[in-house]
Structures are given as structure tokens and as C-alpha cells.
Write a protein that binds this ligand. Structure first.
Ligand code: THG
Length: 268
């Protein structure tokens, strides 16, 4: 299970303000908190800084790397921003977030994946936009995987993102993702699946509850990566419990170790 911390994202108000004011202490504290709670990668996104995304991204990458030695998940739709960020990366095996079936993006991001030997998130969308159904997502994933592996990207480095849409905007948003995961894990067993978990709950109250339940549903369907808030103890508790209960945690060692480290709190 790959945990990518979502909190260094300028769409969050506090983070937006910290990046705008070059508040390195704040950013570094958020980076450390996510590492301490079990994040293996940190997502870095400053997409709200239109026109100065590259400069902000460079500052963020430098700042986060001063605080923690974790590898980074560089999150931008703009290949030029990704290239600038990658030039500053110190940890091996960065993650590129993301490539997609959009022709321009595919062509521009593929050389970066190859040059840095990066893991890559492959969005299940193309120039036709985000598909509604699981079947369309699977077709796009199939085409993407063929082209990526033909270019030399190992299948194990590919993380398909079925693209989670808010369930408040369509009641099929959740089930389409569940079906897509099942199909992709069956068709491409060496590749992985990842999603932005908190997308599911946009526009609804008590978001943490929805995020936690969707975590368990998608995990049971075979999701093996998440961009999520690792400082949400109940969410992380559910994740470790889910791994153990689904038989993906030999002797429950992950669960026990997370418990010992106090990664989550429940009643006893
Ligand atoms: N797939 C991929 N990458 C992604 C996403 C995805 N990157 C971005 C996003 N989706 C995942 N990260 C977040 C980060 C924050 C929130 C949701 C997803 C979030 N933020 C609150 C909000 O906007 O309401 C913040 C509120 C605040 O603090 O101001 O929900 O799907 N590949």
C-alpha cells in the first residue's frame, strides 16, 4: 500500500497562504507531520499559483526536502512545471503526477518518466475528457499501459488513477471507480491503482466519514495507493485494519506496528 500525503496542496487555504508568504516553517512542519503519520511520498501541488507555478514549485520542492528525506509526488498538469521540479529532486524514484491519454500531455511527460526512472500516475482520461463509465476508463488504461511499457516504463511503476469525482455531483461516481479498480487490477496485475481519496466527499458534510468509508470500499476492490491526509488518525486506522482484514498484512505485522507507533486512536 502506497500512502501519498495530500496536505502540501495550495488548494488548501492555510497552505495557499503559507506558500504565498514563503513560510518555510509551516510547510516543513506539515511535511514532518505527514512523514510521522506514515506517508511514504509527499504530494506537492501549487496549481493555484497561475503564471508562477514553476517558481513556487521550485521553492516548495527545496523547502520540503530540507525538512524530510521522503521521495516526492510532483503534482501538476503542466509538463514544464514537472520538469523544473524534477531537476531539483534529491531522493531517487520520484513520482510524477501525472500523465494521461491526452496526446500533448502524454508526449511531453513520457520523456520525464524515462529520464528520472520515476513512478508515474496515469490518469484514466484522454482528449475526450473524464469518462463516466468503468468500461471507458479500462479502455484508456489499456492504451496507456501499452504505450508506456512499449517505451520502456516498467509495469510496476505505473499507478492508474480512475479519477474520483465527488459523489455529490453524480450518484454513480463511487461505483464507476469501484468497477474500474476491479477491472484494472484483474487486467494488469503488476500495475497499481491510486486515487485522490478526498475528492469523493467534496460538497458534502462530515467529509472524513465519507473518505473513510470510500477508503474501505476501494481497498476491498484492490486499490493499493492513496493520496490522502495521513494525519487523520481514524482514516489511517481504517487503512491498516483493512489491510489486515483483507489478508494483505502477514501475521498482522503492519497493523501491530502501526498500533505500537500510535498511528491511530480508537476506543482501546
Ligand atoms: N488524483 C491525482 N492527484 C490529485 C488528485 C487526484 N491531486 C490533488 C487531489 N486530487 C488530491 N489532493 C487533495 C488535497 C486536498 C483536498 C482534496 C484532495 C481537499 N482540500 C480541502 C478542500 O478543498 O475543501 C481543503 C480545505 C482547506 O484546508 O482549506 O479536500 O484525484 N492523481
Amino acid at each position: 500500500m502506497l500512502i501519498v500525503g495530500e496536505l502540501i496542496n495550495s488548494s488548501r487555504k492555510a497552505m495557499q497562504e503559507a506558500i504565498a508568504g514563503y513560510d518555510a516553517e509551516f510547510v516543513m512542519a506539515v511535511a514532518r507531520a505527514q512523514r510521522e503519520k506514515g506517508a511514504a511520498y509527499l504530494d506537492i501541488n501549487c496549481g493555484t499559483f497561475v503564471g508562477e507555478e514553476t517558481a513556487r514549485m521550485e521553492w516548495l520542492v527545496d523547502t520540503v526536502q530540507q525538512a524530510v528525506g521522503l521521495p516526492l509526488c510532483l503534482d501538476s498538469p503542466d509538463p514544464a512545471v514537472l520538469a523544473a521540479a524534477l531537476r531539483r529532486v534529491k531522493q531517487p524514484k520520484p513520482m510524477i503526477n501525472s500523465i494521461s491519454g491526452e496526446e500533448g500531455r502524454f508526449t511531453a511527460v513520457l520523456p520525464l518518466v524515462l529520464e528520472y526512472g520515476a513512478k508515474v500516475i496515469a490518469l484514466c482520461m484522454d482528449d475526450g475528457g473524464i469518462p463516466k463509465t468503468a468500461g471507458e476508463r479500462l479502455l484508456i488504461a489499456e492504451r496507456l499501459l501499452k504505450r508506456l511499457t512499449a517505451a520502456g516504463v516498467p509495469q510496476q511503476d505505473v499507478y492508474f488513477d480512475p479519477l474520483v469525482q465527488p459523489v455529490s455531483t453524480s450518484e454513480e461516481a463511487g461505483t464507476a471507480v469501484l468497477q474500474a479498480i476491479t477491472a484494472m487490477r484483474e487486467s494488469f496485475p503488476q500495475a497499481h491503482c491510486i486515487c485522490g481519496l478526498s475528492n469523493i466527499s467534496f460538497g458534502l458534510p462530515n467529509r472524513k466519514l465519507l473518505n473513510r468509508v470510500f477508503l474501505l470500499q476501494t481497498q476491498a476492490a484492490g486499490m493499493d495507493g492513496y493520496i490522502l491526509d495521513p494525519t487523520d488518525d481514524r482514516l489511517m486506522g481504517a487503512l491498516f485494519a483493512g489491510q489486515a482484514l483483507l489478508g494483505r498484512d502477514k501475521y498482522c505485522l503492519g497493523y501491530l506496528s502501526a498500533h505500537r507507533k500510535g498511528l491511530y486512536k480508537e476506543n482501546g
